[in-house]
Design a binder for this molecule. Structure first.
Ligand SMILES: Nc1ncnc2c1ncn2[C@@H]1O[C@H](COP(=O)(O)OP(=O)(O)OP(=O)(O)O)[C@@H](O)[C@H]1O
Ligand SMILES: [Mg+2]
Length: 317
C-alpha cells in the first residue's frame, strides 16, 4: 500500500451553464520518501487535483473516485477527522502562499499555531520547535519575532514551508510553491524542500507548469492534459506521449546544444473543458495524430519500463 493512492478521481465544477470537467479519471500512487511531479499547461486541473487531496475544494465541486491517505478514505472522512489530518498528516503549500500570512501576527506565533491547535506541543515546546523549524528552512531563530512585512518574499515562502513541516506531516503537497519568487530564490527554496523531504522521509507531490523545475527535483513525473494524466514516467528518462514531448521541448536544457535544435513550444491552445474534442483530447494539436485519434480515446497503457502513456502509438516502438 502506498502512502497516497488516487483511484479514478474525477472532479467537476458546477457552473451556471453546465458542468466543467476539471479532472478526469486520475489514478496515481505515491510512497513515503518519494517526490512526484505533476506538470501540465494552465487549466489542466493540477490545482483542482491538489485541493481535492485534503478536501479544500469549493462547494460547487463534485469529486468521485477514491483518495486514500495511509489507507484511509479522505473523501469519506468526518470533519473532525479531516481537521486532524490536515497539517498533522498532510499539508499544502500554495502558489503565492506567503500572502496568506497574517500581517499583524509575528511569524513565530503563526508557525506554532498548528502545533498548539492540534495539541502536539505546549507553548514552551512549541517555541523550541519554531526555532528548530526556522533553522531547518535557513532562517535565524530571532526571526520568530518578526512580522511578515519585515521579511522578503523568499523568506516568507520559507516560513510557509516551516508551517507545512511543523506537525511532521507524512505528505506535503506543494502547488507552484515558488512561482512568485525570482529564479535564484526559487532554486534555493526548491532545493530546501527536496532536502527536507529526503531527510524526513516525507512524500512530496509537487505541482508546476515548469517541467525543468520538476525534472530536477522529482523521482517521477505525471503529465496532465485537459484534466487527464497522459503520461507517467521516471524523471529524467524522456517522454513517450506527443504532448509530454512537446512540453519537454518547450524547456530547453541550459548548456545542451542539441536542445537548441528542438521544436519550441506547441501550437494551438488547450481545449475548452466545456467543449472537449472527441477521441483523444490532444488530437487537434498532435503532430503525429492518426485518423483514429479523432474518434478513439486511449487509456493509459504500458509504454516501457515503469512508464505508462495514453497514446495509440505508445508501447509500439
Ligand atoms: N472554483 C472554480 N469554479 C469553476 N471552475 C474552476 C474553478 N477552479 C478552477 N476551475 C476550472 O477548472 C479547470 C482546471 O483549473 P485548475 O486551477 O485546476 O488548473 P491548473 O492546472 O492548476 O492551472 P494553472 O497552471 O493555471 O494553475 C480550469 O478550466 C478552470 O477554469
Ligand atoms: Mg494551479
Amino acid at each position: 500500500m502506498s502512502l497516497l493512492e488516487l483511484d479514478d478521481v474525477s472532479i467537476t465544477y458546477r457552473l451556471a451553464d453546465g458542468e466543467l470537467p476539471a479532472v478526469r479519471g486520475v489514478s496515481l500512487a505515491l510512497d513515503a520518501g518519494q517526490a512526484l511531479g505533476v506538470v501540465g499547461e494552465s487549466g489542466s486541473g493540477k490545482s483542482t487535483l491538489a485541493m481535492a487531496l485534503l478536501r479544500l475544494l469549493p462547494k460547487d465541486a463534485r469529486v468521485t473516485g477514491s483518495v486514500r491517505l495511509d489507507g484511509e478514505d479522505v473523501l469519506a472522512m468526518k470533519w473532525g477527522r479531516l481537521r486532524a489530518v490536515r497539517w498533522a498528516q498532510a499539508s499544502i503549500v500554495f502558489q503565492g502562499a506567503q500572502h496568506g500570512l497574517n500581517p499583524v501576527r509575528r511569524i513565530g506565533e503563526q508557525i506554532a499555531e498548528p502545533l498548539l491547535v492540534h495539541k502536539l506541543a505546549d507553548p514552551d515546546r512549541a517555541r523550541r520547535r519554531v526555532a528548530e523549524l526556522l533553522d531547518q528552512v535557513g532562517l535565524p531563530a530571532w526571526r520568530a519575532k518578526s512580522y511578515p512585512h519585515e521579511l522578503s518574499g523568499g523568506q516568507r515562502q520559507r516560513v510557509m514551508i516551516a508551517m507545512a513541516l511543523a506537525c511532521e506531516p507524512r505528505l506535503i503537497v506543494a502547488d507552484e510553491p515558488t512561482t512568485a519568487l525570482d529564479v535564484m530564490v526559487q532554486a534555493q527554496v526548491l532545493t530546501l524542500i527536496r532536502e527536507l523531504v529526503a531527510a524526513e522521509d516525507i512524500a512530496l507531490l509537487m505541482i508546476s507548469h515548469d517541467l525543468s523545475v520538476l525534472a530536477d527535483l522529482c523521482d517521477r513525473l505525471v503529465v496532465m492534459y485537459a484534466g487527464r494524466v497522459v503520461e507517467s514516467a521516471p524523471a529524467g528518462e524522456g517522454f513517450t506521449h506527443p504532448y509530454s514531448k512537446a512540453l519537454a521541448a518547450a524547456f530547453p536544457t541550459i548548456g545542451d546544444p542539441a536542445s537548441r535544435l528542438a521544436p519550441q513550444g506547441l501550437g494551438g491552445d488547450p481545449p475548452d473543458p466545456l467543449q472537449l474534442p472527441t477521441g483523444c483530447v490532444f488530437h487537434p494539436r498532435c503532430p503525429v495524430a492518426l485518423d483514429t485519434c479523432s474518434t478513439v480515446e486511449i487509456d493509459l497503457r504500458p509504454a516501457g519500463d515503469r512508464r505508462t502513456a495514453a497514446c495509440v502509438l505508445a508501447g509500439e516502438a
